[in-house]
Design a protein around this ligand. Structure first.
Ligand code: HMG
Ligand code: MG
Length: 314
């Protein structure tokens, strides 16, 4: 029987966070509902970050309220959300009081000091300090322990510093492991990866944190697709034993703090491309491609509408 590869769709978070126009909460909830129907293993719902930093996701609590009202907790795959600090964790804990609504929080740091400062106003070391109480609270949440994912951005290159040495990524991964995260997610934030560079960073991380992390629930690859090479990177990662990937339906996405003058941050690998690539390599995902196409069409529709309303065209 073909081996299962885990898929997380991050479109409601990474896909929408850089959209300039207002996307109504009800449309985000509908997108998540459509994603739940696809059979993906996890949906990254939103971020509990400062609305001053990421205005698009300022309705995080309302999105979860909408999901609860629509009874999504009964049918949902795993739901997760980004949490940068203790203040974000307080909001996540509030949501987690509804059973099965929020199972995982994701902290995020980087392998580039410049990106870390621009994205979170903190050095890499300072982000680790911020994560300590988050992880502590997640493990001891009154409603039961929550899983913690630790994202590392710029694992191949930084939009400000250029190429990043694999050893730097491995060091940050080791720090996250030391803090007690349950899983590591390696982010190629600007889609600079090639099969060679992906293999190199995976090898460095594996040497440092060990093969025990090479399981679908402990190690994930998060690719952006700037140069159309993300699918090749998925193939290389599958060969290197990675069994969990993030994608964003319709290829929406990009971190606002990875944009440089005249260059908007690149979108994530489309979940459609991701699923097709994985299944071509003879693994299974359990994702229904027709349902995925419906979710992609809806995602395109809501961003096209909001971009037009924001005056930016489609
Ligand atoms: P800061 O300005 O240093 O924070 O930002 P602060 O502690 O000084 O607080 C400033 C204000 O923010 C205060 O409000 C706080 O209450 C508020 P004021 O008193 O001015 O009214 N605040 C918050 N509000 C809501 N939720 C919170 C929160 N924390 C403080 N959690 C901070 C530090 C981390 C908050 C900020 O830098 C931030 O929100 N950054 C988030 C940036 C972001 O979301 N980036 C995109 C996600 S990462 C990504 O896309 C990469 C990834 O996809 C992987 C990859 O592709 O590489 C994951
Ligand atoms: Mg990303």
């Amino acid at each position: 029987m073909a081996e299962h590869v885990r898929i997380t769709d991050v479109s409601p978070r990474d896909g929408l966070q850089n959209e300039p126009g207002v996307i109504p909460t009800a449309e985000k909830v509908r997108l998540i509902e459509l994603l739940c129907a696809t059979g993906v293993d996890e949906v990254e719902v939103t971020s509990f970050v400062s609305a001053k930093w990421v205005p698009q996701l300022g309705d995080a609590a309302e999105v979860f309220k909408g999901l609860r009202e629509r009874g999504m907790l009964k049918v949902a795959p795993l739901f997760s959300a980004l949490v940068p600090n203790e203040k974000g964790m307080e909001q996540a804990e509030e949501v987690a009081k509804s059973p099965s609504l929020l199972d995982k929080v994701s902290v995020f740091t980087a392998a580039s000091e410049t990106f870390s400062k621009k994205n979170t106003n903190a050095t890499i070391a300072e982000t680790m300090e911020r994560f300590k109480p988050v992880i502590e609270r997640a493990k001891n949440a009154s409603t039961g322990p929550m899983r913690v994912r630790g994202y590392i951005s710029c694992v191949i290159a930084c939009p400000f510093e250029g190429p990043i040495a694999p050893g730097r990524v491995a060091d940050v991964a080791a720090s996250l492991v030391h803090l007690g995260v349950d899983e590591i997610d390696l982010g190629d934030t600007i889609g600079a990866g090639t099969p060679e560079s992906i293999r190199a960073v995976l090898e460095a991380v594996r040497r440092t944190i060990g093969s025990a992390w090479w399981t679908p629930d402990k190690l994930t690859l998060h690719l952006h697709d700037t140069f159309g090479r993300a699918a090749e990177c998925v193939e290389a990662a599958l060969e290197a034993g990675v069994r969990s990937f993030d994608g964003s339906v319709a290829g929406l996405g990009g971190c606002p703090y990875a944009s440089t003058p005249g260059k908007r941050a690149p979108g994530n690998i489309a979940t459609e491309t991701l699923v097709a690539t994985i299944e071509r390599a003879e693994y299974t995902t359990g994702v229904n491609r027709d349902r995925l196409a419906e979710a992609a069409a809806f995602a395109r529709e809501i961003v096209t509408k909001s971009r037009a309303a924001a005056g930016g065209g489609a």
